[in-house]
Design a protein around this ligand. Sequence first.
Ligand SMILES: N[C@@H](CCC(=O)N[C@@H](CS)C(=O)NCC(=O)O)C(=O)O
Length: 296
Amino acid sequence: MAEEQALKNTNLNVNNRGAEITLYWLETSRSHRILWLLEDLQLSYTLKTFKRTADHLAPAHLKDVHPLGKSPIVTIQGGQGGQGQSQSPLVLAESGAIIEYLCDHFGGDRAGLVPKRYDHHRERESNDQNQDQDRDQDRDQDQDQLLLVGSETEAWLRYRYYMHYAEGSLMSLLIVAYFVTSIKSAPVPFFIKPITRMITGKIESVYLNENLNTHFSFLESQIQSAPDGGPFLCGRHLTAADIFMSFPLIAVSGRSTISRQQYPAVFAYVDRLKEADGYKRAVAKIIEVDGSFQDV
Ligand SMILES: N[C@@H](CCC(=O)N[C@@H](CS)C(=O)NCC(=O)O)C(=O)O
């Protein structure tokens, strides 16, 4: 299999607002959630898939697209905001920033992927005649409400929290767990083994075990107490925050770091994420391009 494959979609649909979107997707990586989001936003895009190197890294030429050379990267050419065909494309990196940009510009609200920030909006009979008026009124009320600290909905507050927590707190913990496991199983000479065991044992007893327990007990109770009874983190509907949380949770559920017995709600939530239509469409897309898909 070649290191890089591409699926080019040149039929821009109306949701694209004239923008040509390209996703640089790396196997078994965080980038799968961006593919899932593109599917849920019903955007057309070009998908470039990459294999990891023998050292499990991204191929060096991803640095030609963004200086850090990590995946995901999204480029956007054209669109209605002045980035014309002749100009160089907008280059976006950092999953959270990419998700927010795509939701802001390509209908995160429309697709129900971003919870409402304030719930003052009255139930209205929606018809074409009063929609503009309603939107103006909502905007004015939103402006007024900006001053009221703490008036945001619980769903939105959770949304914002998870849009930071996934990479800011959870991923950094899971990366420590991943390295500890890798060091423990590394093929080192027998006389070195006691040293690696002592170091990893110390990290586990002083830091890792307690933090894993704290984070996953927290997540267990967050899922059980989701607004409107869940079953997603911010309430009844899947949001971009669930998509964002999918990578660390799918990754950890496939390893022995935590068990289904200890955290049944977390594992049931992961099952739900993998059953989501957009996730499955994203998997199907990879199978179409690369011939197979592996989550982590
Ligand atoms: N915080 C960044 C992390 C990006 C990142 O580290 N991506 C990994 C894939 S999961 C990567 O490209 N690894 C390959 C490498 O480091 O060479 C994000 O969320 O986008």
